[in-house]
Ligand binder design. Structure first.
Ligand code: SF4
Length: 102
């Protein structure tokens, strides 16, 4: 979702992978994630579940979490990382998507 504010275009609820003009940056980020040690990464399914929560989160802006300042596609890839608002934990404990945004 993009919003225009004067000449500045803000992309709310978008991951880097979704933003036009960010393809090169996302490619670099994806390569970095792919080269992380496998034992440090979450499974592909947990990764996508975490990003699904981020996509619905009010703190996501232009691929970055406004709560922690991280690019969520990188933060979500690392197993030891957590959501600063514990939204991933609620999802991983079986909460509904709506419950993740309480
Ligand atoms: S607060 Fe949590 S769910 Fe929201 S964007 Fe940041 S990491 Fe993602």
């Amino acid at each position: 979702m993009e919003q225009e504010s004067g000449n500045l275009r803000l992309c709310k609820k978008c991951l880097l992978r979704d933003m036009e003009g960010q393809e090169e940056y996302f490619r670099s980020l994806r390569e970095y994630i792919e080269n992380l040690d496998e034992d440090r990464k979450v499974s592909a399914s947990v990764y996508e579940e975490r990003l699904t929560v981020c996509r619905q989160c009010e703190m996501l802006l232009e691929g970055m979490c406004r709560s922690c300042g991280c690019y969520v596609e990188l933060r979500a890839a690392v197993a030891k990382n957590s959501c600063p608002r514990e939204y991933w934990m609620k999802m991983e404990q079986g909460g509904s998507k709506a419950a993740c945004q309480e």
